[in-house]
Design a protein around this ligand. Structure first.
Ligand code: CIZ
Ligand code: SF4
Length: 364
């Protein structure tokens, strides 16, 4: 075997050079390779994707594909899910290992275990609480949910998964995104004072025993910094100018933004809703900029106006790390028979995480 090609040799390469190398490597690898592109990826990478979608759709499709190599242009937890759901002989690769998700990093296993133990001083956690992790979380948190009768959710199925969870036990511990948990709970009719925020590091999460006993959902304190850039005043200002506008936001946005939106939805739902819009309609969209820019271009010829909710440019900086240079580097290595940046979840952890993912997939 030859030595792996070094990323340093790609760092200064022109995008156009990388593009040609990506195409050539793809040609060579043929059906042994599938490239997945998340909706938040930049255009220079997104255009090379064989399959595009949200994290769940992509992992499902990858697992069904024949490809030996799954190159996930997304963030770390997505490549982990692809590894967990794919067959043992398939290899999941993340072009830049630094492409994490800052929200996923806001919860970790020691802190969640500490929360679970502290809750058990007040309530019977194992019999009263279903742990639910948003798919944006590390694999060991998915395995925590697997071990404790819990489940995974995505922004597409959060309400259905919460229904299932309440069918198991009376309370939910929801991590890491407080906004998805709160917005979904509220839409299901749970009052705000029955959804409390657990502040890791404070005794009893900064809550009283009474608050914990009364709570239906205990929310982790995490958030997505990209989606916090959208503010209710952005919606107000836009509606003053164009009152007929339909507002659609991702449920990772704040409660106030979601309350002012006409529709809430995951990336897949946002795309589906706007693509089905009548010509002559105008949409204000609260999610990551790359997705919104592509949707704007796509809908313009159809007479549908798409606007980005924030006056500031807000992209997901970790998604942005995957560039043509890293993609060319991993693909040229694969074409030479070298696997770089493999994401492999340890077997025991993967088995328990799969339990939680399978419970979710069984909900349709
Ligand atoms: O699950 C995903 O892909 C994410 C991060 C967002 C969404 O709404 O699709
Ligand atoms: Fe994570 Fe937010 Fe980036 Fe999505 S947009 S990957 S939640 S940091």
């Amino acid at each position: 075997m030859t030595a792996a090609l070094a990323i340093q040799d790609y760092a200064l390469m022109e995008d156009a050079d990388c593009e040609a190398r990506i195409e050539a490597a793809r040609e060579k690898l043929g059906e042994r390779l599938v490239i997945l592109g998340h909706h938040y990826q930049r255009d220079e990478v997104f255009r090379h994707a064989d399959l595009t979608g949200d994290s769940l759709k992509l992992s499902r499709e990858a697992a069904q594909s024949k490809a030996e190599y799954i190159v996930f242009c997304g963030v770390h937890f997505m490549a982990e899910v692809a590894d967990i759901l794919s067959r043992p002989e398939q290899i999941s690769i993340l072009p830049d290992l630094a492409a994490g998700c800052s929200m996923a990093d806001m919860a970790n296993l020691p802190k969640v275990e500490q929360c679970w133990n502290e809750l058990s001083r007040v309530i019977d956690v194992e019999n009263q609480v279903t742990p639910v992790t948003y798919i944006n979380s590390a694999a060991d948190l998915k395995s925590f949910c697997g071990r404790h009768g819990g489940i995974v959710c995505t922004s597409s199925n959060a309400a259905r998964i919460l229904e299932w969870s309440f069918g198991q036990r009376e309370k939910v511990l929801f991590f890491p995104d407080q906004h998805l948990g709160r917005n979904t709970g509220y839409e299901m009719g749970i009052p705000l004072d029955e959804m409390v925020v657990w502040q890791a590091g404070k005794p009893l999460g900064g809550l009283t025993a009474e608050q914990i006993r009364k709570a239906r959902i205990i929310l982790w304190e995490g958030f997505c910094s990209v989606h916090q850039m959208f503010r209710p005043e952005h919606i107000d200002r836009f509606l003053e100018r164009y009152p007929e506008t339909k507002v659609i936001s991702h449920p990772e946005c704040s409660f106030e933004v979601c309350r002012k939106s006409h529709y809430l939805g995951s990336t897949e739902t946002i795309l589906k809703t706007v693509r089905a819009a009548e010509p002559g309609t105008r949409w204000l969209v609260g999610t990551e900029l790359n997705l919104v820019n592509r949707l704007r271009q796509e809908m313009k010829p159809k007479g549908v106006e798409v606007h980005f909710m924030s006056p500031m440019v807000c992209m997901c900086s970790t998604m942005f790390r995957t560039d043509p240079q890293h993609l060319a580097w991993v693909l040229e290595n694969l074409a030479e028979g070298q696997v770089v940046n493999r994401i492999q979840v340890p077997e025991k952890e993967a088995g328990e995480a799969r339990l939680a993912l399978d419970r979710m997939l069984a909900q349709g």
